[in-house]
Write a protein that binds this ligand. Structure first.
Ligand code: DX5
Ligand code: ZN
Length: 221
């Protein structure tokens, strides 16, 4: 799988979301963080904003649901136009059923692990997924420091994917920047979410290109 960059609009100006979405149009995905003030201690946006964003940009939407009861709410994000929907395994009642429902509705199904959640209990679920998200910060806020202690988990997920011969993308989210992206790419990540490193830059589109080049060079090593 080649390197993909998914800028997180959590670090964008929420009063100018359409413009901010268009500022990263060379990116592979637009990462939209949905938070409900219960699963994480922060509140962002929901289905109507995802629908509007979909009309405002041609970049596919990568919805990261940091919410309770994803079994109940995730399908509505597919209907809202998301091309990929990520739920947290810690919150899902029936992750296999949910992943199948997301796929059946026509989106890519993705499952996220918080830093303290191991991959090993979920090895048998991997064929049900299109992407696995390894969080490299505790979910809830942009601009946090990258957790280096997650690198061994990234390596373990990569070797499981390879061992089972799966076509499964490995996304990382949290603290991804020019300082940290190479380590993650070397460990086996291929889809990189970056919020503050993109929207905190003078030129967000140039920041996307620079991160992509760094990750591609590191993966080729
Ligand atoms: C945090 C969100 C991230 C956040 C990343 O819980 O899931 O997508 O926007 O922000 P940075 O890249 O600034 O760590
Ligand atoms: Zn996210």
């Amino acid at each position: 799988m080649s390197v993909q960059i998914s800028p997180s609009i959590l670090s964008a100006d929420f009063a100018r979301l359409a413009e901010e979405a268009r500022a990263v149009e060379g990116a592979d995905w637009l990462h939209v963080d949905v938070m409900d003030n219960h699963f994480v201690p922060n509140l962002t946006l929901g289905v109507p904003v995802v629908e509007s964003l979909g009309r405002a940009t041609s970049t596919p939407i990568d919805c990261h649901l940091m919410i309770e009861e994803p079994d109940r709410w995730a399908p509505a994000y597919v209907d809202a136009g998301a091309g990929s929907v990520t739920f947290h395994v810690e919150a899902a009642a029936a992750p296999v059923r949910l992943a199948r429902e997301i796929r059946a509705k026509g989106a890519r199904a993705s499952m996220a692990l918080k830093p303290a959640t191991p991959i090993e209990p979920y090895e048998d679920l991997l064929p049900e997924l299109d992407m696995l998200l390894v969080m490299t910060v505790e979910p809830g806020f942009g601009g946090q420091a990258f957790l280096d202690i997650m690198l061994p988990k990234i390596r373990r997920v990569r070797s499981l994917i390879d061992r089972h011969g799966l076509d499964l993308w490995l996304q990382i989210d949290g603290g991804v920047s020019s300082e940290t992206i190479e380590r993650c790419a070397e460990a086996g990540a291929d889809v990189f979410v970056a919020g503050s490193a993109v929207y905190g830059a003078e030129d967000p589109a140039a920041a996307v290109r620079a991160l992509r080049a760094q990750a591609q060079a590191a993966r080729a090593r």
